[in-house]
Every structure is written in structure tokens, then in C-alpha cells.
Design a protein around this ligand. Structure first.
Ligand SMILES: Cc1cc2nc3c(=O)[nH]c(=O)nc-3n(C[C@H](O)[C@H](O)[C@H](O)COP(=O)(O)OP(=O)(O)OC[C@H]3O[C@@H](n4cnc5c(N)ncnc54)[C@H](O)[C@@H]3O)c2cc1C
Ligand code: SF4
Ligand code: SF4
Length: 487
């Protein structure tokens, strides 16, 4: 009886190097890596040693015989990945991080940000024994979205923060929290002080939706909701008011939309003991929300959420899940293969319209492109193309995060990311900016889960080490005394 990888998997590939029979795929270097929801274990080759389960930082790997009823589907999902691949396939050998490099003199790197990409960058740099790292973060609490993004009920995924915390207290690491680079200290000053600077600043604004009424009171971004329920220091405790709200419409259908739908329909008692903020828990206890509509612009075959997130939503007994929108949506869903994200909706009910009176309900509305938010003093309804109107007391915009330009840093407006080639920062004209690097969402744009930042960080660190090897660091200039005291 093999092991299987389940919902918590964040694709960080930590399990690959410990598997004695190379039966976990896709690996970095294989075409699918970074494109699948999870990694998968080949049940035909797994020898049941359990090494991968011990290595996984988020407890995503379980013996198939111990999967709970809700997890049982993951045995099939893992097996399905190998369906058309020969048993004991001649996979490419797995690629492991390069061994520690010992021939560097001491060098100092500033990492701006303390989220997942910053942490994986530090992890890779600390393999070099002569490295020294200083983290800067504008917040007083380290962790980025691993702390203020990942939903509080994703307890397994949030465990990754424990792993990252061990880096923050590493003897060769210094933490400078509550310091915004570009505001409290200039980019040039940081650059002067360190041999290299890695920007891991994420993407901290919303992709805009330019439709009439989107700025009405009662229309907020899912980013604000997420900050509110995770206790982000920059989001007011009263930023979300659920009193008197019955139907919430979420515009967008990515995983953040599903997080929002799940939290808004959760039994608050199930959230007790998680990292949810106390003000959000109190508001959810008073909440009158009965229905959350998740509006997707396209059909179920183009769903933007991942299968595992949808699965987590559907498997809750306390909430009804329904599908509305295009008349053919349910039959399209029924025909989807098990690997398709929306196949998790197979067997859910057809939406019948009225606000539910017993169980709370989540409605997936496919083929619904929003054209206007209506209301006089506040949101009352949303119009979708094709003359459909959905009465709504609260509208959440969840169409994605986006980076914001910081004066002094070259920014690619189209991608919403800092300009770079393979992690080396580049100028407007494509010239490399010496000593400055980019990683994570700031490098790729706001896309990908926590684990995707690991391979990404290794690429940036490889570039950084290569440059240091070619051009060993010179003497660094100290900060002026008054500034040094502040940072
Ligand atoms: C709501 C939400 C839920 C998610 N849930 C999951 C999940 O369950 N599983 C999963 O695998 N992935 C999840 N993700 C994706 C995951 O969070 C990202 O892949 C990851 O956080 C990106 O890491 P990052 O380090 O690039 O950015 P971030 O995590 O955003 O970190 C950026 C850091 O930089 C700091 N910073 C920014 N500007 C400055 C400055 N000028 N000076 C100093 N500090 C600065 C910020 O304060 C922040 O700490 C989620 C994303 C969101 C938005
Ligand atoms: S249980 Fe052992 S053999 Fe099976 S996938 Fe995990 S590490 Fe590989
Ligand atoms: S989270 Fe990482 S270690 Fe755990 S199963 Fe996924 S890829 Fe493997």
C-alpha cells in the first residue's frame, strides 16, 4: 500500500531528494514541474519507506490506508498522473541543489522581504558557509503571505512558517523588521552596505477591474478580506462589516476567491484555535451570510482554482455547493477528467435561486463576466454580461494580486513585476543592474504557490553566486550613524 500526496502540497519539492526509488514527480527539470497542483507518488513504484512523509514540511504525505474519507480521492489523483506512463519509467535523474560552495570570502546579502521567496533565498544562500544575511521587512512581523495570506484553516500549509522561522533565528542572519526599503532607508543605501541585495517584495496591490460601481461602499478587495482575517497589521479591524449581509458575490475564481468563500461560510467554531484574527472570528460569529456566489468569467473547463482547493470546499458537510451560470455547465463538469480542477464539482447540485434557509451555500457561477456594480449608497447587485443580475450585499474583487512600482526600481508594468532576467535586475533598456536581484512574486508576477518560490529562489541565488565568483566583493561603506541607529 503506497503513500499519496494530498491537498496541503505546496510543490516545494522537499520530498524528492529523500525518495530512494525516485517515484515522486514531476521533478524540477521535467516539463510538468510548476504546472501541476501537487507532486504525485507513483503507487506502482513506491516501496512504502515513509521517508517522504518525514521530509514534508506541511504534512501533505500520508499512507494510502490512512487517508481520511475526505482525502481518499487523492489515492486516485496520485495514480491518475501515472496512468499513461510506463511503470518503473526511466525518469531523468532528480536534480538536487548544488553542494555548499566553500571558496568564497565572507559576503553580506540584504534580502528585502521575509515571505516564502525571501526564506527560500536565505535557505539557498546559507548553504555557503561564508554568507551573512540581513532580512528587511516593512512589517513588524516576518513571514509575508505565509503569515498574512495563507488561510487560517489551512493549518498544514501554515506549518511552513515554522520551517521559515528557523531561518530567521539562524546565527548568520540578522532581522530588521519595521523598515521599509525605499522609504525608511533608500535603495542606494542598502546597495552600498551589502555585496548584493535581493528584492523579495511580493505583489501588494490588486489587479484592477474597471467597471462602473466597483468603488461603491460594500465593494472591497479579497486582499482586504484576507488581511482582515489573518490580522495583517495594515488592515483595520473593522475593514469588513458582515452585519446584515446575506449574499456575497466574489468576482474571480482563483484559490484566493475559494479561500474567501470557505472562510465566509465556515462554522466559526471550526476556526477556534487557528491563527484567525480575534476580530474576524467575532464578526464571523455574528455573521448573517447565507450564500456566497463565486463568479467565473469563463466555463468550468477553464476554472482558475486548483482541484485540491475546490475539493476542500466540496468535502465540507456543513455547506451546500451548487453550480449555476451557463446551462451546460453541469454536463461540462461531469465530462471533465479527474485531474481537471472543476471535476471536484462532480455531483454537486444545480442552483435553484432562493437564498438558502438551512445550510449555507456556495454557488459557482460559470460564464459570468461582470459589467457593473449597482447601488445608491452602497452595493446592491452585480450585473453580468447577458442581462443577468445577482443581488449582493457585499462584493469581493478577487481577480489577482499585482506588484506596485517602487521609485528607484525598474518596473515592468505589464507583468506587474520588477524588471529582471533570470533573477538579475535589469534596467529599462535591459542592462543588468550590478548587485541587485529579484525573487518570488516580485520576479515572476503574482502567480504560483509557496513551493514554486523555492526553485525560483535557487535560480536567483545561482545567478548571485556566479556574479560574486566572477567579481569578488570590495569594501563596503557603512551607513551614516543616524540611519544606522534606525535600521
Ligand atoms: C490570499 C493568499 C493565499 C495563499 N495561500 C496559499 C496556500 O494556501 N498555499 C500556497 O502554496 N500558496 C499560497 N499563496 C501563494 C503564496 O503566498 C505566494 O506564492 C508567496 O507568498 C509569494 O512569496 P513572496 O515572498 O514573493 O511574497 P510575499 O509573501 O508577499 O512577501 C513579500 C514581503 O516583502 C515585504 N515588503 C514588501 N515591500 C517591502 C519594502 N519596500 N521593504 C521591506 N519589506 C517589503 C512584505 O511586507 C512581505 O513580507 C497564497 C497567496 C495569497 C495571496
Ligand atoms: S514512501 Fe518512500 S518510496 Fe514511497 S514515495 Fe515516499 S519516499 Fe518514495
Ligand atoms: S509540500 Fe513539498 S515535501 Fe510535501 S509533498 Fe509537496 S512537494 Fe513534497
Amino acid at each position: 500500500m503506497a503513500f499519496a500526496i494530498t491537498q496541503n502540497c505546496c510543490n516545494d519539492a522537499s520530498c524528492l531528494s529523500v525518495c530512494p526509488v525516485n517515484c515522486i514527480h514531476p521533478t524540477p527539470g521535467e516539463a510538468d514541474f510548476g504546472k501541476t497542483d501537487l507532486l504525485y507518488i507513483d503507487p506502482r513504484s513506491c516501496i512504502d519507506c515513509g521517508a517522504c512523509a518525514d521530509a514534508c514540511p506541511v504534512d501533505a504525505i500520508t499512507r494510502v490506508s490512512r487517508l481520511t474519507d475526505d482525502q481518499a480521492i487523492y489515492a486516485d489523483i496520485n495514480a491518475e498522473y501515472y496512468q499513461n506512463k510506463p511503470a518503473l519509467a526511466q525518469w531523468d535523474p532528480p536534480k538536487f541543489p548544488p553542494a555548499a560552495v566553500n571558496d568564497f570570502a565572507r559576503f553580506d546579502v540584504a534580502i528585502v522581504g521575509t515571505g516564502p521567496s525571501a526564506s527560500y533565498t536565505a535557505q539557498a544562500l546559507l548553504r555557503v558557509p561564508t554568507s551573512r544575511i540581513t532580512f528587511y521587512d516593512k512589517l513588524d512581523v516576518a513571514g509575508g503571505l505565509a503569515r498574512f495570506g495563507v488561510a487560517p484553516d489551512h493549518i498544514g500549509t501554515r506549518q511552513i512558517s515554522e520551517h521559515f522561522r528557523s531561518l530567521f533565528v539562524h546565527p548568520r542572519v540578522t532581522m530588521k523588521l519595521g523598515v521599509e526599503v525605499g522609504v525608511d532607508i533608500t535603495h542606494e543605501e542598502v546597495h552600498r552596505r551589502y555585496d548584493a541585495v535581493v528584492y523579495a517584495v511580493g505583489a501588494d496591490s490588486d489587479r484592477p477591474l474597471d467597471i462602473p460601481g466597483i468603488d461603491l461602499p460594500g465593494s472591497v478587495s479579497a486582499r482586504t478580506l484576507v488581511g482582515w482575517y489573518t490580522g495583517h497589521p495594515g488592515v483595520r479591524t473593522d475593514a469588513i462589516d458582515l452585519d446584515g449581509i446575506e449574499r456575497v458575490t466574489i468576482i474571480g475564481n482563483g484559490n484566493v476567491a475559494l479561500d474567501a468563500a470557505r472562510i465566509l461560510t465556515a462554522d466559526p467554531e471550526d476556526l477556534v484555535g487557528t491563527d484567525i484574527s480575534s476580530h474576524a472570528l467575532a464578526a464571523l460569529r455574528r455573521s448573517t451570510v447565507k450564500e456566497v456566489v463565486v463568479a467565473a468569467r469563463r466555463g468550468p473547463e477553464f476554472a482558475a482554482f486548483t482541484r485540491s482547493e475546490c475539493q476542500a470546499l466540496v468535502s465540507r458537510r456543513s455547506v451546500e455547493v451548487a453550480v449555476s451560470g451557463q446551462p451546460e455547465a453541469l454536463s461540462v463538469i461531469d465530462d471533465l477528467p479527474i485531474s481537471a480542477p472543476a471535476s471536484a464539482l462532480q455531483g454537486v447540485v444545480n442552483y435553484e435561486g432562493a437564498i438558502p434557509t438551512t445550510k449555507r451555500r456556495i454557488v459557482f457561477a460559470f460564464g459570468r463576466a461582470p459589467v457593473r456594480v449597482n447601488g445608491t449608497d452602497r452595493v446592491e447587485s452585480v450585473d453580468f454580461a447577458g442581462a443577468t443580475t445577482v443581488a449582493s450585499d457585499l462584493v469581493l474583487l478577487a481577480i489577482g494580486y499585482r506588484g506596485t512600482p517602487s521609485p528607484g526600481l525598474p518596473f515592468d508594468v505589464e507583468r506587474g513585476a520588477i524588471r529582471n532576467v533570470g533573477g538579475r535586475m535589469t534596467d529599462e533598456d535591459g542592462t543588468t543592474v550590478n548587485g541587485r536581484y529579484v525573487v518570488g512574486w516580485a520576479k515572476r508576477g503574482a502567480t504560483g504557490g509557496i513551493g514554486d518560490n523555492k526553485v525560483d529562489a535557487e535560480e536567483t541565488v545561482d545567478a548571485l553566486l556566479q556574479d560574486l565568483a566572477n567579481n569578488p566583493p570590495g569594501p563596503k561603506r557603512r551607513l551614516p550613524r543616524v540611519l544606522a541607529r534606525k535600521v
